[in-house]
Design a protein around this ligand. Structure first.
Ligand code: FAD
Length: 390
């Protein structure tokens, strides 16, 4: 087994590290502390910069302006983006990934031609609307409906916690068109453009972390869309959503890895400079062992994420479970690692000028978004019982 990155992946890593350190990281504090209006404009600047660097097109076909790179290369680049600014990672990922991936996998040629070139250039921003006020983990209990009237669909319902909602030009929205058929055949996904009659967006939520990435509700009130707004095929929406979330879990694991790696960087730097009782604090075993554990945990996250990417790329039947495994470990590790990083910084770790304060708040989303830890464990346990429990 070879753990080396290829020459191309090494060059991607170096390019992204250099660019993100210079252009993205210095804006992370600004995004974290900006007003919601400023966030809407400033995050678009970061999305555009990342698009110009080729980040938003890495997973998309060349004919739409992408570079069609493998998931592993995207993850190598993604870790560098996340280290620089987790909010930028989340918003860029919601557009090219949560919106772009289902479009790539299930969209018609016309739909792809309409949206993908703009998504890849960072000129169109997309979002993914699955969660509802009363349907998160249990997404199949969604209440949003789509009713066919002549050659139009009429949608009603509310989607909540939607990343990019306030800045999106287009949204993917999942709705029951036939509740009797159940989620497997009765949910359809629709592409809804900003400005469509009956489609509006709430004020953004005031969040604990990822404050540079706007989150809001999508509201559908007799929202009328043509048949051409159906993503791929009627009735396939829930399956499309679940397949998208498999990528989303690797994405959420990667942002957690970036947060953890950045925390380790800050904790190493601070603990060698900060002196107490006449010596740097990293010469105390209790601090140096924290640093060691931070490294062990983030290295395991990286290996599990790479394994999940490999499984997905090779169509391994274990790929969904391996994505869940990576997500649980990377997110829970990031919570622990960021907490230790604050601890290593002492009182300064509690002050906003120090990046670990933001990283600690950002880390907390990992265990909730893209399927909470409890849900991942249910999926992993079910799989174990299927294999070994009978
Ligand atoms: C910042 C942010 C961005 C987001 N972006 C998006 C987005 O772009 N698009 C989108 O569609 N959604 C998005 N979400 C929604 C996110 O995916 C959901 O919040 C998540 O799936 C959890 O759903 P919930 O909040 O309704 O929690 P609930 O489902 O109500 O769960 C509450 C708690 O109960 C636990 N729980 C639930 N069921 C069980 C069970 N059977 N056994 C044990 N424990 C259980 C959960 O794990 C959780 O800990 C975002 C959320 C946030 C906070």
């Amino acid at each position: 087994m070879n753990y080396d990155l290829t020459a191309e992946q090494l060059s991607i890593k170096a390019n992204f590290e250099k660019f993100c350190k210079k252009e993205i990281e210095p804006r992370a504090h600004l995004l974290d502390t900006a007003s919601s209006e400023e966030v809407n404009s400033e995050i678009k600047v970061n999305i555009k910069m990342l698009a110009d660097l080729g980040y938003l097109g890495m997973g998309h076909e060349e004919k739409y302006g992408g570079s069609n790179l493998d998931l592993f290369s995207q993850t190598v680049a993604g870790e560098e983006v996340a280290k620089a600014c987790a909010s930028s990672y989340l918003s860029a990922g919601a557009s090219c990934g949560l919106f772009g991936v289902p479009l790539k996998l299930f969209g018609t040629d016309e739909q792809k031609a309409k949206y993908l070139p703009g998504i890849i250039k960072g000129e169109i921003i997309g979002c993914f609307g699955l969660t509802e006020p009363e349907a998160g983990s249990d997404a199949a209990s969604m209440k949003t409906t789509a009713v066919k009237k002549g050659d139009k669909w009429i949608l009603n319902g509310t989607k909540t916690f939607i990343t990019n909602a306030t800045i999106a030009d287009v949204a993917l929205v999942f709705a029951y068109n036939d509740r009797e058929k159940g989620p497997g055949a009765g949910v359809t996904c629709f592409l809804i453009d900003k400005g469509t009659k009956g489609f509006s967006v709430s004020k953004p939520f005031d969040k604990m972390g990822f404050r540079g990435s706007p989150t809001a509700e999508l509201i559908l009130e007799d929202c009328e869309v043509p048949e051409s707004a159906v993503l791929g095929q009627t009735g396939w929406g829930f399956i499309q959503a679940m397949q998208t979330l498999e990528y989303g879990r690797i994405g959420m694991a990667t942002v957690c890895l970036g947060i953890a790696a950045k925390c380790l960087e800050h904790a190493n730097k601070y603990s060698k400079e900060r002196k107490t009782f006449g010596k740097p604090i990293n010469r105390n075993q209790m601090i140096s062992f924290k640093l060691a554990d931070m490294m062990i945990m983030s290295d395991i996250s990286r290996l599990l994420i790479y394994q999940a990417c490999w499984a997905k790329e090779t169509n391994n039947p274990e790929s969904a479970i391996l994505a869940s495994v990576a997500k649980v470990w990377a997110s829970e590790s990031a919570t622990q690692i960021s907490s230790w990083a604050v601890q290593v910084h002492g009182g300064y770790g509690y002050i906003k000028e120090y990046a670990v304060e933001r990283l600690y708040r950002d880390a907390r989303l990992g265990e909730i978004g893209e399927g909470a830890s409890e849900i991942q464990r249910i999926l992993i346990a079910k799989d174990l019982i299927r294999k070994y429990g009978k």
